[in-house]
Design a protein around this ligand. Sequence first.
Ligand code: SF4
Length: 321
Amino acid sequence: MHTMVPDELLQLLKTQKYHIVGQHSAVKRCRWLYNTLIHDRTCYKQKFYGIKTHQCIQMTPTLFSCTMRCLFCWRAQTGDKGLKWEETAQPDHDEPGSIVEKCINAQMRLLSGYKTNTKVNREKYKEALNPRHAAISLTGEPTLYPHLGELIKSFHKRGFTTFLVTNGTIPNALSELGEEPTQLYISACAPDKETFHKTCRPQIPNAWEKLKETLALIPSFTCPTVMRITIVRHLNLKHPNLYARLIAGANPTYVEPKAYMHVGFSRLRLGYMNMPLHEEVQRFADSLAEETGYKKLLESRESRVVLLSRLEKPAKLEKAI
Ligand code: SF4
């Protein structure tokens, strides 16, 4: 089991509170789960799209694998702490139904920690025991998992909505996806090829060209699509006009410029000063809006994210399936 990665990595992930599920998947408690249960403060996805924070499972089917090594990523990467493993291959393939079931069980274990906490909102806690949304976004590149469409389908069959976040470097996996997620996120975190290589450090050939292929696929999806731009001060927070060209070509339903957060393993690669203020995200979003004609719909100061769209208001996804 887990022969593909060093034991030390597994230990590190466990100390960072990753709940490892089967051979290559994981669930992690999102900080917003704590915030919503104790302080009644919700994640921006609830504000933007109606996804209830306390009923959301943050998971990945590709805990150890990715085609890139983005400097801003919170995941443990080859090179961090002197660890090394093959990141672009995923030899063990757990069955999608069992991943879903084990993820729900892991979420239950994680929620059990709140059972006797008197500060918890009891109504919300009861609802939380019936999760309804899977954010397939925790870490790694999910399109490396060959049964991703079936995984999404398994969640939908259980009445979940799903958000899929991909780095877009495997366009074939997306064009052949058997089941669309409720909403598809594609990260496009550079305005040009040079910045892309510096920021995202791809581990496969022609990654920039493949990302552009994926962006060209966006109009073929029927679900809402989001271009996610994680912005890092002194790195990719520049040339909004070039980002605007990517947006105009792909025409996603939404654009979410969001600040890099100095958390997890990214702290080994970037400094606190690389984290843009919300005002910088706002200014960047203003420039994108001006260049593309997208409108600023909503924002979350706490998460340092702005929502842009051609729509008048975002679609609420709670009852999407
Ligand atoms: S593509 Fe995503 S998971 Fe992979 S290194 Fe970049 S941010 Fe991390």
